[in-house]
Design a protein around this ligand. Structure first.
Ligand code: GLA
Length: 370
């Protein structure tokens, strides 16, 4: 029996930039998914979850097709399928139990933690020799092919490479990255779960991916680029007139400005300027609200209320958007008032109880018991 753990993540800034070849700045959480595996002689993959009732069985002698009805087991199945293909098949069946403590639908990458823990575990058990970056890439491919979401690399990458007390400044084009210490004396990263029923579904996410591709195609008539993140703000100003569709124009403006904000935010954090970092987080939220249109009423309410609370340095939506969480930087002595004021206003306006977590920045995937 072997046990593995992979974390969820919170992105501090750099949203919807990863699939545009831009920068992101996420950290791994101490919440995630634990996977316990034993081999079996039944020649089946048996998926159990401590969080879901159904047990899913798939024969290892059949082609690993995606399961119908968007079953959660598609995440691990897809990773095993892709890995098995690389190494020419599985030697036996396996019984797996998954147990997660990342709140689902909260935009904290519970699905990436399932994918990465599976890919890492099978890479170890089958001696497949993948690096952490290759594990992240395989998990991303699984998300595309088995969950139908054409996501970027951020979530899987940070779940793979995360480091306690550090954020990852990742160039999503080259996959080069730096660990940046997150030292903010007297300030905490507070996650607020909107428990909002309106999740970012695959359709809306993939629509944004397509809109960015359309922007690249329009701009390329004037200036050959492959990805929006190749444009500096100055370069964008010179070519933005090619974006004749106003929606596409706003989408591209978000990506270019968010890449710039991410660069500035990392510089600010490195020089200990948390005030500037917080202001850039607020500006990021506004851009995601007005230009990228992925926030929605409930996340706007959480962020905009937080901006008014004493001791809040910055607050924004984090992750894909619509439902899910905001991430806020809050001075420790103001956290109780923050919870009370934001929680009450949110309850009054939506009828929903928000939930608050003080984030701890954890490590990437590992074996915890061999
Ligand atoms: C989701 C995707 C990521 C990234 C974010 C938005 O979490 O899985 O790849 O695009 O949305 O920044």
């Amino acid at each position: 029996m072997s046990t593995f753990f992979a974390p969820g993540r919170v992105n501090l800034i750099g949203e919807h930039t990863d699939y545009n070849g831009g920068f992101v700045f996420p950290c791994a959480l101490d919440m995630g998914t634990t996977l316990t595996i034993t081999s079996n002689s039944d020649r089946v993959l048996r998926f159990r979850s401590a969080n879901m009732p159904e047990v899913v069985e798939v024969s290892i002698d059949e082609a690993f097709q995606p399961l119908p009805n968007r079953l959660w087991a598609n995440y691990p199945l897809g990773c095993i399928a892709l890995l098995s293909k690389k190494i020419g098949g599985l030697p036996c069946g396996y019984d797996m139990v998954f147990e997660g403590n990342v709140p689902q639908g909260a935009g904290l990458s519970s699905s990436a933690s399932i994918e990465v823990v599976t890919a890492f575990a099978f890479n170890e058990l089958l001696h497949a020799g993948l690096t952490r970056t290759q594990i992240a890439q395989l998990a991303q491919e699984c998300e595309h092919r088995y969950a139908g979401v054409n996501c970027g690399i951020m979530d899987q990458f940070v779940s793979s490479w995360g480091k306690a007390n550090h954020a990852i400044y990742l160039n999503c084009e080259t996959l080069e990255f730096d660990y940046v210490p997150v030292r903010m004396d007297g300030i905490s990263i507070v996650l607020t779960n909107s428990h909002s029923p309106h999740k970012l579904d695959a359709g809306t996410y993939n629509e944004r991916v397509r809109e960015c591709e359309q922007a690249v195609a329009m701009i390329s008539k004037k200036l050959p680029i492959r990805r929006l993140a190749e444009l500096t703000t100055d370069a964008f100003n010179k070519v933005e007139h090619t974006l004749t569709d106003p929606t596409i124009h706003r989408r591209a403006r978000h990506v270019v400005s968010e890449c710039e904000r991410t660069r500035q935010a990392v510089r600010a954090l490195q020089s200990g300027d948390i005030v500037t970092f917080g202001q850039l987080m607020n500006a990021s939220h506004c851009s995601l609200r007005d230009d990228y249109e992925v926030t929605g009423h409930n996340l706007d309410l959480l962020a905009e209320t937080a901006w008014q609370v004493e001791g809040v340095l910055g607050s924004r939506m984090t992750g894909g958007g619509f439902g899910g969480c905001t991430v806020s930087l809050v001075r420790n002595e103001h956290i109780p008032a923050f919870r009370r004021i934001v929680g009450q206003r949110y309850k009054d306006e939506t009828g929903i109880d928000a939930e608050f977590y003080v984030a701890k920045i954890g490590n990437g995937v590992s074996e915890i018991q061999g």
